[in-house]
Design a protein around this ligand. Structure first.
Ligand code: ACM
Ligand code: ZN
Length: 758
């Protein structure tokens, strides 16, 4: 219900409650409006020596480029005053806009933050710029406010990386995690090993479309690039001027095919393999022998001269142990060091790197797999496979950066719409990002102290260029900046008000190719007693939708604000047993020239209560059990929202037919998309009960035998009130298949009961 209302209530709310949205994102700790406006078009003078030179330059440049306001050097009489003060919380600043503008700040960095807030407070139009008379007091909550960028899968030039950093600056991020090496390309010059870039920086082909597609297609064109050490220094200095720390990532022992293409002697087999043009995980990784460890140390010694960051990211994720199991060098290391298995060998590998970095006065950070087989004493963990790794690490007293896929993977789809460009998968709309809290509730206050902060990750397999990168990053980066900065995050609705009132204009003025997906009409379904209500929501600027609803029974035209309230929701009731009615809706939205089509199929089960005894994975839990009986069939390529995703070997649910009925079978829609580790289940068992206590089995069919295109169906004849469905998935994906050794996903879009025709 909340979602149904969010889009449109917003506008009513916006105008009705009279409370002005705060123009600053991330929302400051205190923002108080005082009567009146400060007119910016009178001479704006500033005493140059009151702020660091780099911040002055930043302010001067932004005022000029965004507002065409010239800053004049003044003295004591200036109308824009900056005062550095002591004995205030670290990182804090305040802005007082009255008859003059007075800023106080505690550090150079907080001076920049004050300037950014001040710039965001400017509203109006050309030559009529103003700032509301107001008071701001602010400081950040977390010390690690990061965005990550993968430049291996697709390469971004120095200018593009600087642009990425510029935009980060505007939302007060302070950590740029630069993912410089991966299977598909090595992107940093290492003088001792020139072939890392002459060979490792280029691939001969790149997969086209989704890598799970069958058959796969390739573009046979050389692709690549790298940064010279001079360019790296330039980027690091550029970021430092904006108080952004660049944390380099040098992946090991996995995701190392590009390096091994250049130096195969550091692999287990010594085999020469090209830089791959395919995404995924590869078996060939660095060998754990001493020569390979020394190779890594040599590389890191050059990396350390370029990056002054406290932390150095060494990857550590997704390293299959296949080669290590059969490598005599690796087995020798296991034996000589009394290690239990290859997981301990990975830990042994990472520990040596950890000791090296510690010796050099730095700290190691790695993806949460570095916990397996024992964590190095000084290491920090970046938790990506949910929050579990981060929780465990914090409990062990290690520093943690939270970056769970559930909230932080910006390579996932941001709406379920057909207009979204191809992405890896997943479903991460703005509202879900907004729910991110870097501190899991499982942690005590003391353990929570180990959470340094969080970050969003931009993996670029499906992000080929800068425009697309901005599309995937914005506005979601604003939502995550709230989670990382705000001591008390306002509601999503309040955030959206600020965003819509000020930041789309800001992003547009800065030519950011931000996503307009939140303006797309979103079909919102609510369960009701006898069926469902359908509405359309979307944070569109004018609250107008036209909905044309047609089915073989009706052909109606609704205009006005579909979805804004009770009057604008369309009720779709359960059809008599055996009937099916197709509904289609055509919706126009003013931000887009297109109209959008939606359809659903109503039958006797639409909206019936389902109890999910096995919860879906939080990443793929859109609308809960209603998703399975909302009449909406999942489409392909899938975008997350139409499917419920489970990652359990046994999935149980109980359907309540509400009265005793004669049922003749069941049809369940499963996804078969092995490239994404989504597999059909192995068994489906259906049981019936009149009291939800004693169950009798009505079917025990082998799902693969009765499945056609992922649709499982079986027939039986039973009179029942309740049906229990138990789905058995594989425990682990077998060798030779995509995702081998991992737990498979089970995806379900719809469940339909079959009735004898009446
Ligand atoms: C990761 O997404 N493999 C860290
Ligand atoms: Zn080996």
């Amino acid at each position: 219900m909340k979602t149904l209302l969010s889009g449109f209530l917003l506008f009513a709310f916006f105008f009705a409650n009279g409370q002005e949205p705060c123009p600053i994102i991330p929302t400051p700790t205190v923002y108080k409006v005082i009567q009146g406006e400060y007119d910016l078009n009178e001479t704006l003078s500033i005493a140059r020596n009151e702020m660091p030179q780099n911040v002055y330059n930043f302010l001067e440049k932004e005022l000029e480029s965004q507002f065409e306001i010239a800053l004049q050097a003044g003295g004591e009489q200036s109308n824009l005053r900056f005062l550095k003060i002591r004995n205030v919380p670290e990182g804090s600043y305040s802005i007082n806009v009255g008859n003059e503008v007075v800023v106080t700040y505690s550090s150079d960095e907080s001076c920049l933050h004050a300037v950014i807030s001040l710039l965001q407070m400017i509203h109006g139009e050309h030559e009529l710029w103003m700032i509301r008379k107001s008071f701001v007091n602010d400081s950040p909550k977390f010390g690690w406010r990061g965005l990550h960028l993968d430049v291996s899968r697709h390469f971004f030039s120095v200018d593009e990386v600087k642009r990425f950093i510029d935009l980060m600056t505007f939302y007060k991020f302070n950590t740029f995690h630069w993912h410089l090496t991966d299977d598909q390309g090595w992107r940093i010059e290492i003088k001792k090993y020139p072939e890392l870039t002459t060979i490792g920086a280029y691939r001969d082909s790149t997969v086209i479309g989704h890598y799970g597609d069958s058959p796969r297609k390739y573009e046979h064109q050389k692709y690549g690039g790298y940064y010279s050490q001079e360019e790296v220094k330039d980027v690091v200095a550029y970021a430092a001027e904006r108080y952004i720390t660049v944390v380099p990532e040098i992946e090991m022992p996995g995701h190392s095919r590009a390096a091994l293409a250049a130096y195969p002697e550091y692999s287990c087999t010594g085999e020469e393999n090209p830089v791959p043009g395919l995404w995924g995980i590869f078996d060939d990784i660095y060998c754990s022998k001493e020569e390979s460890i020394n190779f890594m140390k040599d590389i890191l010694s050059e990396v350390l001269t370029l990056f002054p960051s406290e932390y150095i990211h060494i990857g550590g994720d997704e390293a299959p142990k296949t080669r290590w199991k059969t490598c005599k060098d690796c087995q020798k290391v296991i034996k000589e060091n009394g290690l239990k298995d290859e997981h301990e060998l990975q830990s042994h590998f990472i520990r040596q790197i950890d000791s090296y970095l510690t010796e050099k006065g730095r700290k190691l950070i790695g993806w949460d797999e570095i916990l397996e087989g024992g964590l190095s004493p000084n290491a920090a963990v970046m938790s990506w496979r949910g929050e579990k790794g981060g929780i465990e690490a914090a409990k062990q007293g290690h520093n943690v950066v939270m970056s769970p896929t559930t909230y932080c993977y910006f390579d996932y789809y941001q709406s379920g719409h057909s207009i979204e460009p191809l992405a890896i998968g997943g479903y991460l709309p703005l509202e879900k990002v907004y729910k991110f809290n870097p501190v899991p509730s499982e942690l005590s206050v003391e353990e929570a102290g180990y959470i340094l902060g969080g970050q969003a990750n931009l993996w670029t397999e499906y992000i080929p260029d800068m425009d697309h990168l901005e599309y995937m990053t914005y506005p979601r980066a604003l939502a995550i900046s709230q989670s990382l900065w705000c001591t008390q995050k306002p509601s999503y609705e309040r955030f959206l008000e600020s965003y819509l009132a000020y930041h789309e204009t800001f992003l547009a003025r800065n030519n950011v190719n931000f996503s307009r997906s939140i303006h797309l009409p979103e079909m919102v379904i609510e369960r009701t007693d006898l069926g469902i209500n359908v509405g359309f929501a979307g944070a569109t600027k004018s609250a107008e939708f036209d909905a044309e609803v047609s089915s073989w029974l009706i052909n109606e035209y609704y205009s006005g604000a579909v979805g804004t309230g009770d009057d604008n929701r369309i009720f779709i009731g359960r059809e008599p047993d055996g009937n099916t009615v197709n509904y289609s809706f055509k919706i126009g939205a003013d931000m887009f020239e297109d109209t959008f089509m939606y359809s659903l199929k109503a039958n006797a089960d639409i909206g019936i209560p389902i109890e999910l005894l096995t919860p879906p994975h939080p990443k793929y839990d859109h609308n809960g059990s209603l998703n399975l009986v909302d009449g909406i069939e999942g489409s392909m390529p899938w975008k997350g929202s139409e499917w419920l995703g489970f990652r359990e070997p046994k999935i149980e649910m109980i359907l309540d037919l509400e009265t005793v009925k004669e049922v003749n079978g069941v049809k369940i829609g499963f996804m078969d998309n092995n490239g994404s580790w989504i597999y059909l289940p192995e068994t489906v068992i259906v049981e019936a009960s009149s009291d939800k206590k004693s169950w009798r089995e009505v079917n025990g069919s082998d799902v693969n035998e009765s499945t056609d295109d992922g649709d499982f169906s079986c027939s039986f004849n039973v009179e029942t009130r309740y049906l229990k469905i138990t789905i058995g998935a594989m425990e682990l994906i077998p060798e030779g298949l995509d995702g081998a050794g991992n737990m498979p996903w089970t995806f379900i879009d719809e469940i339909e009961l079959i009735y004898a025709e009446k």
